[in-house]
Unconditional design. Structure first.
Length: 138
């Protein structure tokens, strides 16, 4: 971490880096949590969000695998944001695109209103990643 000699504290860049790492850790935890819940207790999020379960559990298992892969990528980026900056850009774009897709589906299907919660979570992660990545992007 970089210390500013004038203030004796962390520089803005160091604070942004620490905050970015925190948002990436949080994103990984969020994805891992939902991956486990989709396999162990799929009725819980389905009931909380008023969303239907797919006909075959295979689709939940497949989504859980993808969420674990994404969470793993987030952990790599949190460990070394400079080396894995491409993952951070993908995370920002992916979360923003996911939020837009969930919102679009929720607009088309009022019976799937629980998707608004998922869209809000994705947009929150996209914004948090973007705000703290922006000063570090060079």
């Amino acid at each position: 971490m970089t210390v500013s000699p004038a203030s004796g504290g962390l520089t803005g860049r160091s604070r942004a880096l620490a905050a970015l790492r925190w948002t990436l850790w949080a994103g990984a935890a969020y994805d891992f949590f939902f991956a486990v819940v989709m396999v162990v207790a799929p009725d819980v999020p389905a009931n909380l969000l008023s969303l239907p379960l797919p006909g075959e559990p295979f689709w939940l298992y497949l989504m859980a695998i993808f969420l674990c892969m994404i969470g793993g990528c987030y952990l790599l980026a949190a460990y070394d944001p400079v080396a894995y900056k491409g993952i951070i850009v993908i995370a920002i774009v992916g979360r923003a695109t996911g939020a837009a897709m969930f919102a679009w589906v929720a607009l088309q299907r009022p019976d799937l209103s629980g998707l608004w919660v998922v869209a809000a979570s994705d947009v929150a992660f996209a914004l948090a990643h973007a705000v703290f990545w922006w000063p570090l992007r060079r």
